[in-house]
Design a protein around this ligand. Structure first.
Ligand code: ADP
Length: 553
């Protein structure tokens, strides 16, 4: 597909320079364009900032008819249209929140003899719910003016992805109605299972797949234990490494965003918060100020990000645990788009795991923004919840791992091989000079599992650790846990070591955190349970567990 003798090659090269102002093509852009212009269904996996838009905007410009683009966010669409109009490329969009006369005007233009638009953007719910739009598309198709269908952020189709949107699932209708029209599906994030799901749900035929490495060599990755002094640590980090530079701090809740922004302002940073329940005008103004460098640090939920095109973001900090490795990779991907070095720092505490798990279980987590998705239906609920929990556990496992290369850990998740020597000490684990030793912790693991059972699977992980280490606290005595045979079995083991083994058992799903609302005010509690199926081999003495610890010698 990289050949340069297609009938459209000259026009492609000329217009890439003249209209889009690019000197050359970036990796895979030419290949994707040639494949879609040849009439194939194409699936593109390209990291954020890789230049996906050009792969359909340039073909749209040199094709006679119209390209339909399905994109999830109105803000993203508006941004794209602004750029297209600046380049004199006629484009329009339709969304549910537009006034009806305005929509009618655009639909009328579509019916005009020579359709005046090169690109028509719509949100997915428009396709799912507007028969009128489908009729217009049929009309364009009958007049041979429908050239191509583009599905942007295609991972939203998949239930297994981190950003599922129910309206995306209805997009399969496009291929059913227009089987001969080439579809181009684009995403910056998809594991093998997500990719399969997308190809199937959209009904793509003999699809050509392009993917390139998801490694971002200019990003520096680290995970830092989150303590009570986290905000002071963040202040020191920004002051020391990125003062007056531009960055994003991802927070879990809206309240966290406001608190973190407030504190950073006190520390003297130009900070602001951003989340979905803000007044839309204020939200847009914050984003604008940030884009113009009037605000340096934006404290945001995941609502902030998709479509953010600022090249010089120098740091992305996660104030709490991201919900999946895919989400994390995409959020970090907003840093260093200009290719210059940027930092990605994640502050991790196990208690955040319980918090996020609770939010996901009870639907309190903020989805990637302003979704058009309906409330989850009960039939999809349990599968979705399971996927969410698995995605979250993988994230915990990533954070708990203080040995393996961070790039390797992320890329393996996308099915990509990575030789850790190529990290060149650009992640915390690879640059760590500690000596590590393997330690067999099977006995500790077995005792912890037995202890969870002895405590009737009704107590939290910190209580189990207290009993294990021989605490005589009121709560231990009140529950007569000081009388259990395993009380104090771990008193000679460092607390950090025992808790690391326990967390490893959770990551391996031998123990399970069962989160609940503990009172009417909605505070959270979690109790440890044993997953009998997974615990069986360990308890039967047929599994050994080895962990690496820093050498004390
Ligand atoms: P993605 O959608 O993959 O995140 P975009 O399509 O938004 O990326 O492109 C990111 C940036 O790269 C944009 O500013 C775009 O103008 C620029 N860009 C895209 N292709 C090229 C190219 N061939 N040469 C130079 N700049 C490019």
């Amino acid at each position: 597909w990289s050949k340069r003798d297609f009938p459209w090659t000259k026009e492609l090269e000329d217009n890439n320079k003249k209209v889009f102002g690019n000197h050359s093509f970036r990796p895979n852009q030419r290949e994707v364009i040639n494949a879609t212009m040849s009439g194939h269904d194409v699936f593109v996996l390209m990291p954020t900032g890789g230049g996906k838009s050009l792969t359909y905007q340039l073909p749209a410009f040199i094709s006679p008819g119209i390209t339909l683009v399905i994109s999830p966010l109105v803000s993203l669409i508006q941004d794209q249209i602004m750029h297209l109009l600046q380049a004199n490329i006629p484009a329009a969009y339709l969304s549910a929140n537009m006034e009806w006369p305005e929509q009618q005007g655009i639909l009328r233009d579509l019916c005009s003899e020579h359709c005046i638009y090169k690109l028509l953007y719509v949100t997915p719910e428009k396709v799912a719910k507007s028969d009128f739009l489908l009729r217009q598309l049929e009309n364009l198709h009958a007049r041979e003016l429908l050239d191509r269908i583009v599905i942007d952020e295609a991972h939203c189709v998949s239930q297994w992805g981190h950003d599922f949107r129910p309206d995306y699932q209805g997009l399969g209708i496009l291929k059913q109605k227009f089987p001969k029209i080439p579809v181009l599906a684009l995403t910056a994030t998809a594991t093998a299972s997500v990719k399969e799901d997308v190809v199937q749900a959209l009904g793509l035929v003999d699809c050509i797949i392009f993917r390139q490495s998801f490694n971002r060599p200019n990003l520096r990755f680290s995970v830092i234990p989150k303590t009570k002094k986290c905000l002071e640590d963040i202040d020191k980090f920004i002051r020391g490494t990125h003062f007056d530079q531009c960055g994003i701090i991802y927070c879990l809740s809206r309240m966290d965003c406001e608190k973190v922004a407030e504190k950073l302002k006190e520390y003297g940073h130009k900070a602001a918060f951003y989340h979905a329940s803000m007044d839309p005008e204020l939200r847009a103004s914050v984003q604008k100020q940030w884009s113009k460098d009037e605000i340096n640090v934006i404290c945001a939920t995941v609502a902030f990000g998709m479509g953010i095109n600022k090249p010089d973001v120098r740091f992305v900090i996660h104030h709490s645990l991201p919900k999946s490795i895919e989400g994390y990779h995409q959020e970090c991907g907003r840093a260093g788009r200009d290719g210059q070095i940027a930092s990605c720092v994640l502050y991790y505490s196990y208690s955040d795991y319980i918090r996020v798990k609770y939010m996901l279980s009870y639907g309190a987590a903020e989805q990637t923004p302003f979704t058009y998705g309906q409330p989850r239906t009960s039939s999809t609920n349990s599968g979705r919840l399971e996927t969410n929990s698995e995605n979250l556990l993988r994230m915990v496992s990533y954070c708990e791992n203080d040995i393996d290369c961070r790039r390797f850990l992320q890329l393996v998740h996308f099915g990509e091989k990575f030789d850790c020597s190529n990290c060149k000490k650009t992640c915390d684990n690879c640059s760590n000079t500690r000596t590590l030793v393997d330690k067999d912790v099977t006995m500790i693991a077995k005792q912890l599992v037995e202890l969870v059972k002895s405590c009737k699977q009704q107590f939290s992980s910190s209580h189990i650790l207290d009993v294990f280490r021989g605490s005589m606290s009121q709560i231990v005595k009140r529950n007569k846990h000081n009388l259990l045979s395993l009380h104090g079995a771990g008193k000679h083991i460092a607390k950090g070591e025992a808790s690391r083994v326990l967390r490893h058992l959770v990551v391996e799903e031998i123990l399970v955190e069962d989160v609940k609302k503990s009172d009417l005010y909605g505070s959270t509690s979690s109790v440890l349970k044993v997953n009998e199926q997974k615990a069986f081999t360990l308890l039967a003495g047929r599994q050994t567990i080895t962990l690496r610890f820093p050498s004390t010698a």
